[in-house]
Ligand binder design. Structure first.
Ligand code: CO
Length: 169
């Protein structure tokens, strides 16, 4: 069903592009896809683009990100707030399985000089840099093995609220 829907969306985009298209309409479609509570638009079996936001209320807009094994994943994080990086910094950190969020979170708090990625990144599959209000950053990596992973923001104190599941199917 999901594949069908995707195929439909892709076809729709193609039709719009080939018609020389109503650009606004196309963007509206994208926004619709992006506002689903799970993750976002995919371009092919080989790649997926995931867009998430963080705000000044210390929240990600997404609680679950779903990708497929073998996909090249690009996570783009946009900070939609206004506060500075040293006060309300956000990043996207995908933890290896078996990493305790609380332990990692407290170690991260003490790793300011390493952009809040402790232990030389040994507990981390991928992460973006830390950004402040108005900024956008992204990271591209290969989806890890099938399973469930945690993602967090590793700014001091944020992981309690800013965490979600990254599911590889
Ligand atoms: Co944060």
């Amino acid at each position: 069903m999901r594949t069908l829907k995707l195929a439909f969306i892709l076809t729709l985009s193609l039709v719009m592009i080939s018609c020389g298209g109503d650009k606004k309409k196309e963007e509206k479609e994208k926004v619709k896809i992006g506002t689903k509570k799970q993750s976002t638009s995919t371009s092919s079996d080989k790649e997926i683009d995931v867009k998430i936001t963080g705000n000044d209320q210390m929240q990600f807009n997404v609680k679950v990100i779903r990708v497929k094994e073998g996909q090249e994943v690009t996570v783009t994080l946009q900070h939609v707030g206004k506060m500075a990086v040293n006060i309300m910094g956000h990043n996207f950190v995908l933890l290896k399985q078996g990493t305790d969020i609380n332990t990692f979170g407290s170690e991260a708090s003490a790793a300011k000089e390493a952009d809040y990625i402790p232990n030389d990144g040994k507990d981390v599959i991928a992460h973006t840099k830390m950004i402040g209000g108005g900024d956008t950053t992204s990271v591209t990596f290969m989806a890890p093995a099938k399973g469930e992973y945690d993602f967090i923001c590793s700014f001091p104190g944020h992981y309690a609220l800013m965490q979600g599941k990254f599911i590889v199917e």
